[in-house]
Write a protein that binds this ligand. Structure first.
Ligand SMILES: [Zn+2]
Length: 93
């Protein structure tokens, strides 16, 4: 019985932590979207396209600079033809 209670405590704690992380993520995204953006890109100094500013008022970079940052931050995982099982990094073992 004690083992079941302990397991349930772990499950409850994991659920609580998951909910807390989700709530914090929503709070951060909401704050970022509510933040005032820039008229000029902080990356290149060019004007941020009006359509981008209309769609995302909190934008601080032009679409080109934002695309470069997102491409740089993208995780590259090699594609392995005929891959069977893979490890956590997506690389065939
Ligand atoms: Zn830019």
């Amino acid at each position: 019985m004690l083992l079941i209670r302990t397991a349930m405590d772990v499950v409850d704690e994991a659920a609580w932590l998951t909910e807390a992380e989700r709530t914090e993520g929503v709070r951060r995204v909401t704050a970022a979207l509510a933040a005032e953006g820039e008229a000029e890109c902080i990356g290149c100094g060019d004007e941020i396209e009006p359509a981008r500013r209309a769609a995302l008022p909190s934008a601080r970079r032009c679409i080109i600079c934002q695309g470069r940052i997102e491409a740089r931050n993208r995780v590259r995982v090699p594609i392995v033809e005929g891959a069977g099982t893979s490890n956590f990094r997506g690389v065939t073992a």
